[in-house]
Design a protein around this ligand. Structure first.
Ligand code: FRU
Length: 541
């Protein structure tokens, strides 16, 4: 019951109910369509507003949450997303849409799916139906099929949440909802949403994994329309601080072996390692019916507070590649972060890998190599011992739009340990600062944003976020800064932390502190990163 309550309370909290009721009445009566309205917030065409990410995906304006329907087709990466085009707070959900040829530069397209009499368009996935099993296209022109949740707030027609499908035969440019929607209902379940669908080669079936309050459920289908229950997973395993949402399930090779394992991602609305929303994962085996985990460990995909509801792309041409994208926010404060005229960004896309060391499987995230294209004006800080602190004195005048790689020697080797902590600090003249660091004796990586700038919009925001981490290797911190976000990849993504911050003035100084003794900086490399805005032309070339 706890989970049901959380679900309803959560959505009321998301400010939807009243807006929803009037919205549905108006749209059924044909009075309004969100996209036909003029923008009321006046987005700046240069997209250089305060806090506006320059290389992370953001909607041009208005509200965005989860990434949806990520699929690759004929040279384009599609990104759909939870979108409310009439406000910067959560409301009646649509699927916004953008495409990219390189996962980095995005062309914004018209809204793909609008709410209708069955409800809001909640999260879901998309696949290419190569063999036209659904009959929505043809073998020569396979349909792109979106499988999503219809959320009806009064439980009509059959249940609060049901699964529906829509298809496109013109590369996602126009969409037709299937006439007999919904295709999968559960009258007893309040939370029954976020279907992720994939083709399971061994059993030659479509598999759907979706969240059902405190667990996930699996269904199979021959045609994407008729779904049969297979199994469920999770009631007594994993983290349960909040409702389960946005699952994903995929197979990955284990690096350096002939083995492969299945990875299940499950986002939880509350109870993450640093409070609020977060994404956990399980490693195991999947036989087309049941998922069997290799152990009962709780694993976090990202320890920072701002990576939620992330899933992976379907149908990539290189099928050993798994590219992940998350929503860079947290339900604790997503509706009140100080950005305008848009709210929320996605993380940078990340390649996922599976490693096994000392019998422990670990999901490792790595920034996609496509991002390297954005690098400009590198500066290199060469090897030196730091006994108190080092001002990097960079020429770079866009420290908040840059990529950093810091390598420290034997920083984690307790035998030769000198310092207690290594801290990289970005700061401005107002004394606002963001710290990324490693506590060598405590084996903890952290991001401290307590005095990073604007924080008073939520009590849950000004916190020091930590992740347990120990390694006998030297320490490498790979950091992406983009005006209001930082993403920290520790030792090639063995631990990842993603965090928002909102400095009143941009940071203009970077220093490395060594506390309690000396540390050796092997090298630091810093690149300015180009903006991806206003490059629609480049995409068309
Ligand atoms: C996750 C989520 C999903 C739901 C969507 C609604 O952030 O709550 O479970 O489908 O957002 O916008």
């Amino acid at each position: 019951m706890r989970y049901l309550n959380f679900g309803i309370k959560g959505y009321l909290h998301r400010a939807g109910l009243m807006i929803f009721t009037s919205y549905i009445i108006l749209s059924i009566a044909g009075c309004t369509r969100s996209s036909e309205k003029q923008s009321s917030l006046g987005a700046d065409e240069t997209h250089k507003e305060k806090f506006r990410p320059q290389y992370h995906f953001t909607p041009k304006e208005m509200w965005m949450n989860d990434p949806n329907g990520m699929v690759y087709f004929e040279g384009e990466y599609h990104l759909f997303y939870q979108h409310y085009p009439d406000s910067v707070v959560w409301g009646p959900m649509h699927w916004g849409h953008a495409v990219s040829k390189d996962l980095v530069h995005w062309e914004h397209l018209p809204i793909a799916l609008y709410p209708d009499s069955l409800g809001y368009i909640f999260s879901g996935s998309a696949v290419i139906d190569w063999n036209n099993t659904s009959g929505f296209g043809s073998k020569d022109n396979p349909p792109m099929v979106a499988i999503f949740t219809h959320r009806h707030l009064n439980g009509k027609p059959r249940g609060f949440e049901s699964q529906s499908v829509a298809f496109s035969v013109d590369k996602g440019r126009s969409w037709t909802k299937y006439k007999n929607n919904p295709v999968l209902v559960d009258e007893n379940s309040l939370g029954f949403r976020d279907p992720k669908v994939f083709w399971h080669t061994n059993t030659q079936k479509w598999i759907m994994i979706l969240s059902a309050e405190d667990k996930v459920r699996l269904f199979s289908s021959a045609n994407l329309i008729d779904w049969n229950p297979e199994s469920s997973f999770g009631e007594n395993i994993g983290a349960h601080g909040g409702v389960w949402e946005c699952p994903d399930l995929f197979e990955l090779p284990v690096e350096g072996t002939q083995e492969s394992k299945w990875v299940m991602l499950v986002s939880i609305g509350n109870g993450g390692p640093n409070g609020g929303s977060a994404t956990q994962y399980f490693i195991g085996d999947f036989d087309g019916t049941h998922f069997t985990p290799v152990n009962e460990d709780i694993n976090w995909l990202d320890y920072g507070k701002d990576n939620y509801a992330g899933v992976t792309w379907s149908d990539l041409p290189d099928n050993s590649r798994r590219v992940f994208l998350g929503w860079m926010s947290n339900w604790q404060y997503a509706n009140v972060v100080p950005t305008h005229p848009w709210r929320s960004a996605m993380t940078i896309p990340r390649d996922l890998y599976l490693k096994c060391t000392e019998d422990t499987y670990r999901l490792v995230s790595s920034p996609v190599p496509e991002l390297i294209d954005l690098r400009n004006n590198v500066e290199v800080v060469s090897s030196q011992v730091i006994s108190t602190n080092l001002d990097l004195n960079l020429k770079n005048n866009q420290l908040c739009q840059s990529e950093y790689i810091f390598e420290f020697e034997n920083a984690t080797d307790n035998e030769t340990l000198k310092a207690d902590s290594i801290i990289v600090e970005w700061s401005n003249v107002e004394g606002e600062r963001l710290e990324v660091g490693y506590l060598l004796k405590k084996n903890v990586v952290f991001i401290n944003r307590t005095v990073s700038g604007l924080t008073d919009f939520s009590n849950e925001f000004p916190v020091k976020q930590t992740a347990p981490y120990s390694s006998d290797r030297s320490l490498k911190l790979h950091v992406f800064m983009d005006w209001s976000s930082t993403e920290v990849f520790v030792n090639d993504g063995e631990v990842v932390m993603t965090s928002l911050f909102f400095p009143d003035k941009p940071y203009e100084d970077v220093r490395i502190y060594s506390k309690g003794g000396e540390i050796t900086l092997k090298e630091a490399k810093i690149w300015e990163l180009n903006s991806v805005w206003n490059e629609d032309k480049r995409l068309a070339d």
